[in-house]
Design a protein around this ligand. Structure first.
Ligand code: IPM
Ligand code: MN
Length: 341
């Protein structure tokens, strides 16, 4: 069985509060977790310039999993150049630890337009337009050129597609939808489509569909219950999962797992939502997404019983929210703990 040392990177804004709530729930559910806090994010960077040093990477590498709250400066904070923390911290962790699967499950909350929906987005997490390919020439001049390419390798696409088929094959509906833009992004789209077509032969029980990403935005709003497993590239997955969160009741409920299925480095679990600096430190953040991310983490670490208890409690607690009178972080945490069977 895997160990239980959890590196906690609370990060920015509401990140530390929602992580603390998640750990409290995990312990109440009987999980064995030993936490080590890492002070990283905007404040740390402003204090001593560290984004993520090699020494910190080594320390993180020795953890069994990472629980991350949120990373990113407040919008309009010009002290930190855009991308410094996103690329230097969050993406560095995802890429260096080869967390190539970003798994984001969605269950439509009662009363949301996604009510009845139950699907998972498998977002490729180490390539695409996030890879950092490109550059700028003659910056600031009228002749400036900026390019930003999308990197898609057969290896990277195939391991992601295989993971998605495997997951679909274990779910009752056994349905997989590739989302891309093959009619315009003909090179990358073709690679994705051919990979899906080839792997599909190994999964005769999984029915396969394809949606262009723009059409998928319509279907996600109009009939989200038709989806089961969506597989897509890094950027489309980023955008679609914010939309899916909103459709299913709000990103405050959306959990995610950045997984290294080969377990050659720690996986990282984080809510889909951001730092929400406007409500930070006020005890107003909904910790549900962090709590559910923590359940994904416990499951990955082999603590299935605690994971299952937490998921059941979150599901039972869902729908308790009155949008006109939101509960505090502490109230939601207490309510989930009370529902742990
Ligand atoms: C997410 C976030 C990140 C991403 C940002 C903060 C770099 O939006 O996890 O969805 O784009 O992947
Ligand atoms: Mn995002």
């Amino acid at each position: 069985m895997a160990g239980n040392t959890i590196a906690v990177i609370g990060g920015d804004g509401i990140g530390p509060e929602v992580c603390a709530a998640a750990i409290e729930v995990a312990r109440a559910a009987g999980a064995t977790v030993e936490t080590v806090e890492f002070d990283l994010g905007a404040d740390r960077y402003l204090r001593d310039g560290e984004v993520l040093s090699e020494a910190t990477m080594d320390a993180l590498r020795s953890a069994d999993a990472i629980l991350l709250g949120a990373i990113g400066p407040a919008i309009g904070d010009t002290r930190i150049p855009g991308g410094t923390l996103e690329r230097g911290l969050l993406l560095k962790l995802r890429f260096t630890f080869d967390q190539y699967i970003n798994l984001r499950p969605f269950v439509g909350q009662v009363g949301s337009i996604g009510e009845g929906a139950d699907f998972v987005v498998i977002r490729e997490n180490t390539e695409g337009s996030y890879a950092g390919e490109g550059g700028v020439l003659r910056r600031g001049t009228p002749a400036e050129i900026a390019t930003q390419g999308s990197v898609n390798t057969r290896f990277g696409v195939e391991r992601c597609v295989r993971y998605a088929f495997d997951l679909a094959n274990r779910r009752p509906k056994r349905h997989l939808t590739l989302v891309h833009k093959t009619n315009v992004l003909t090179f990358a789209g073709d690679l994705w489509q051919r990979t899906v077509d080839e792997v599909k032969g190994e999964y005769p029980d999984v029915s396969v569909d394809y949606n262009h990403v723009d059409a998928a935005c319509i279907y996600l709003v109009e009939k989200p219950m038709n989806y089961d497993v969506i597989v897509t590239d890094n950027l489309f997955g980023d955008i679609l999962t914010d939309l899916a969160g909103a459709v299913c009741g709000g990103v405050g409920f959306a959990a995610s797992a950045n997984m290294n299925p080969m377990r050659t480095a720690p996986s990282m679990f984080e809510p889909v939502h951001g730092a929400a600096h406007d409500i930070a430190g006020k005890g107003l953040a909904n910790p549900t997404a962090a709590i559910s991310s923590c359940a994904l983490m416990l499951d990955f670490l082999g603590q299935h019983d605690a994971a299952q208890k937490i998921t059941a409690a979150v599901t039972a607690d869902a729908g308790r929210d009155n949008p006109t009178q939101p509960r505090s972080t502490a109230e939601v945490t207490r309510a989930v703990i009370e529902r742990l069977a």
